[in-house]
Write a new protein. Structure first.
Length: 491
């Protein structure tokens, strides 16, 4: 059954008025596909398997029915299990925002926080617990959870919990849960161990799957730029100068790379911060807080550190390198274009990585367009246009008027205007080489060369084999046996 044809607004779910007020205050306008499909099943009391990517609105798909069904019984009524502390905090924030007018009481439980403080919070009769598996299991084994009989249980990012080695913990946690519970399993992918887990913990579940065409948000403009390897840093800086984003996340492959790029951006005058797994928990929380508040507007992050990061006003996502796979790409770009807002996703690739862009395009059914990195002159022209537009819409403040009157006594109006513009433009100077990356003509030449090379190698094989660098056929060439294996431990 598909609910999409009959549900067009949050009013159609018959939520209580306080919850609808929270939805409006949180900035939600219309339900997303996962919300349209999943919420009626959850409100109907069914167990659920929901396959959806990050950024599709899945948190609200389980949070809204939970808040709607809370009875204020004095016990823990709902449990949400999630793989990381960051995601636990994000979900807690969203449940609070949506349920603020329903007086929803939540507690987050994760490692790196005082156990005694968590025990004190648990004694205050929270309605909803958001927890990571390890710390939750520790509390359960030591009988610290009090009146623990949640009637609704959510497993969020189940495939990520599998990847992080939490599957055994999850199965043990379910031995502490009541048999009459309603269980919801959310996962971007459904590997065999997750399917087997679903058979053990779910009772005749309904299944909702958001296809890749829906998971790739149409509100996100997806672009790629072909550059030379040594141009990555200059390319990022030029694109930031040209695009003037409000909030930006730059994804890197390695922790050291995140630190180095963040330091580079700071040195150039940008408000930047790094986020990766080697940072202390308090430092990671502080960085996320500064990013949310706007005290830094560029976050340079690894995939693991940014997992579950949910900030609604990210205007741009940059892939410093091509993501490892298509799912990773969708996860990354899903950090922008949220809550009905437009977003831009940018990927940097070298000529040899062009085929990887093509593969992602085919797998995600996304339209990823080739763009050229603007020159200094083009960037300045764009910056000037934006400056003029901003000046035309800016109201004159009393303080500015007083300063103008003071300065106009010392110099002519035209001279004053030119000096003020000079100050503004000096603060937005464009650095780096004039030309960065390849243009479409350069790329066309590379494509033609690759086509000729492919035709030649095909002909060579038909004539009796293709020789490797060492004089052997490719199958036996020592150089061809080498494969680049990404250092996953450094993410």
């Amino acid at each position: 059954m598909h609910h999409q044809e009959i549900l067009h607004s949050f009013n159609d779910f018959n939520f209580k008025s306080q919850l609808l007020k929270g939805i409006i205050e949180a900035g939600f306008k219309i339900p997303s596909p996962i919300q349209i499909e999943a919420i009626p099943y959850v409100l109907g009391g069914h167990d659920l398997i929901a396959q959806a990517q990050t950024g599709t609105g899945k948190t609200a798909a389980f949070a809204l029915p939970i808040i709607q069904n809370l009875k204020n019984s004095g016990s823990i009524e709902a449990l949400i299990i999630t793989p990381t502390r960051e995601l636990a905090m994000q979900i807690s924030d969203e449940v609070y925002k949506l349920g603020r007018f329903c007086n929803t009481r939540t507690v987050s439980i994760y490692g790196g926080q005082s156990i005694h403080r968590q025990v004190d919070l648990l004694k205050k009769c929270p309605q909803v617990i958001i927890a990571t598996p390890g710390r939750l299991l520790d509390h359960l084994r030591n009988d610290r959870m009090g009146n623990f009989s949640p009637s609704m249980v959510v497993l969020d990012e189940s495939d990520e919990m599998l990847d992080m080695g939490f599957l055994d913990d999850i199965e043990e946690i379910f031995t502490y849960l009541p048999s009459y519970r309603q269980t919801l399993l959310f996962s971007a992918t459904m590997p065999l161990p997750i399917k087997n887990l679903a058979k053990k913990i779910l009772n005749n579940p309904k299944i909702v799957k958001i296809a890749a065409t829906e998971a790739t948000n149409s509100d996100i403009s997806q672009r790629y730029y072909i550059i030379n390897e040594h141009e990555r840093e200059d390319a990022i800086v030029r694109l930031i100068d040209s695009e003037t984003p409000t909030k930006t996340i730059i994804f890197t492959r390695m922790k050291k790379e995140a630190d180095n790029l963040s330091h580079c951006l700071k040195a150039r005058g940008y408000l930047s911060g790094a986020l990766h797994g080697d940072m202390e928990q308090r430092d990671r929380q502080q960085t996320i807080k500064l990013f949310k508040q706007g005290d830094i507007d560029i976050l340079v992050a690894t995939d693991v550190a940014a997992r579950g990061l949910d900030i609604s006003d990210v205007s741009h996502v940059f892939n410093y390198h091509i993501p490892l796979n298509s799912e990773n790409y969708v996860h990354r770009i899903g950090r922008t274009g949220r809550a009905g807002k437009k977003g831009i996703a940018v990927t940097l690739a070298t000529p040899l990585e062009f085929k990887e862009i093509k593969r992602i395009t085919e797998n995600t059914k996304a339209k990823i367009e080739l763009y050229e990195i603007p020159t200094i002159a083009q960037t300045l022209k764009n910056a000037h246009s934006k400056l003029i537009a901003k000046m035309l819409t800016t109201e004159i403040s009393d303080e500015a008027l007083r300063l103008y009157e003071q300065l106009s006594e010392e110099m002519e109006t035209s001279q004053l205007a030119c000096k003020l513009l000079s100050v503004l433009l000096n603060n937005h100077a464009i650095s780096g080489p004039n030309k960065i990356g390849l243009n479409k003509e350069d790329l066309a030449k590379i494509k033609n060369s690759l086509l000729r090379y492919n035709k030649k190698t095909t002909t060579d094989r038909r004539r009796g084999g293709f020789r490797g660098d060492n004089g052997f056929g490719r199958k036996h060439s020592r150089s061809s046996d080498k494969r680049h294996k990404p250092n996953r431990s450094n993410r």
